[in-house]
Design a protein around this ligand. Structure first.
Ligand code: AP5
Length: 215
């Protein structure tokens, strides 16, 4: 199964992508996570990417398309993947179609998560991520037992630089201008389905599975 997750920042794409990957035995490919890794390693690409990411701007298409095309060529993607955070522009969507076509494949589903801005801001300002393994938590509920340490690897939980209020506002503007138009792009191809992001993680995942079963 080849799935794309669309939706504004904080709509729950990453959270649902983890569950989809586990349930369907497919690879979770998060361009945000890949880019944050390159930043951590201090590579040239990482330094270039960081300047955009901290401000809530998109990293240029040419850089991101190359990263994804390379990752999709890996053998472990042959059984399918869930793309979380890619594509984000029409140029990226067209490049993805071309890469898949070249390999004789195509997308099976695009799931668009909806969530209002107030709830997005609330969730992102509470998000904590593990500086080691990248696991995502929601404060204070998820931290009741583990405090500021990751329940999986024990490393420290931090707030992402782009979860500061100004960067959240910028990410929402960039989403509306660059990524939201992809809803119309995928609507035309007949593989788009909508899922409301409100409700518990399990409730949202039930809706996701129901929509995929219908398609
Ligand atoms: P990226 O990391 O992809 O950020 P994003 O798309 O803004 O999405 P988020 O990770 O903020 O949110 P999410 O929807 O995954 O929500 P989550 O599940 O974490 O990208 C970061 C940056 O990298 C971009 O700004 C850009 O600079 C660059 N970049 C990445 N891809 C790019 C591309 N293709 N092109 C160019 N640049 C690119 O949930 C959020 C919080 O809510 C968590 O705390 C979670 O625990 C909680 N939560 C989740 N579900 C629920 C629920 N049902 N109820 C209550 N809480 C919930």
């Amino acid at each position: 199964m080849r799935i794309v997750l669309l939706g504004p920042p904080g709509a729950g794409k990453g959270t649902q992508a983890v569950l989809l990957a586990q349930t369907y035995g497919i690879q979770h490919i998060s361009t945000g996570d890949i880019l944050r890794e390159t930043v951590k390693h201090g590579t040239d690409l990482g330094r270039q990417a960081e300047s955009y990411m901290t401000k809530g701007e998109l990293v240029p298409d040419a850089l991101v398309i190359g990263i994804v095309a390379e990752r999709l060529a890996d053998q472990d993607c042959a059984n399918g993947f869930v793309l979380d955070g890619f594509p984000r522009t029409e140029a990226q969507a067209r490049a993805l179609d071309a890469v898949l076509k070249e390999r004789g494949g195509k997308l099976d589903a695009v799931i668009n998560f909806g969530l209002d801005d107030a709830e997005i801001v609330r969730r992102l300002s509470r998000r904590r991520v593990c500086e080691g393994c990248g696991a995502v938590y929601s404060a204070p509920a998820d931290l009741a037992t583990s405090g500021d340490a990751c329940g999986r690897c024990g490393r420290t939980l931090i707030t992402r630089a782009d979860d500061e209020p100004e960067a959240i506002r910028r990410r929402l503007c960039v989403y509306r201008a660059e990524t939201e138009p992809l809803i119309a792009y995928y609507c035309r191809s007949g593989i788009l389905t909508h899922v409301g992001g409100v409700g518990s993680v399990d409730e949202v995942f039930c809706s996701v599975r129901a929509k995929l079963a219908e398609m």
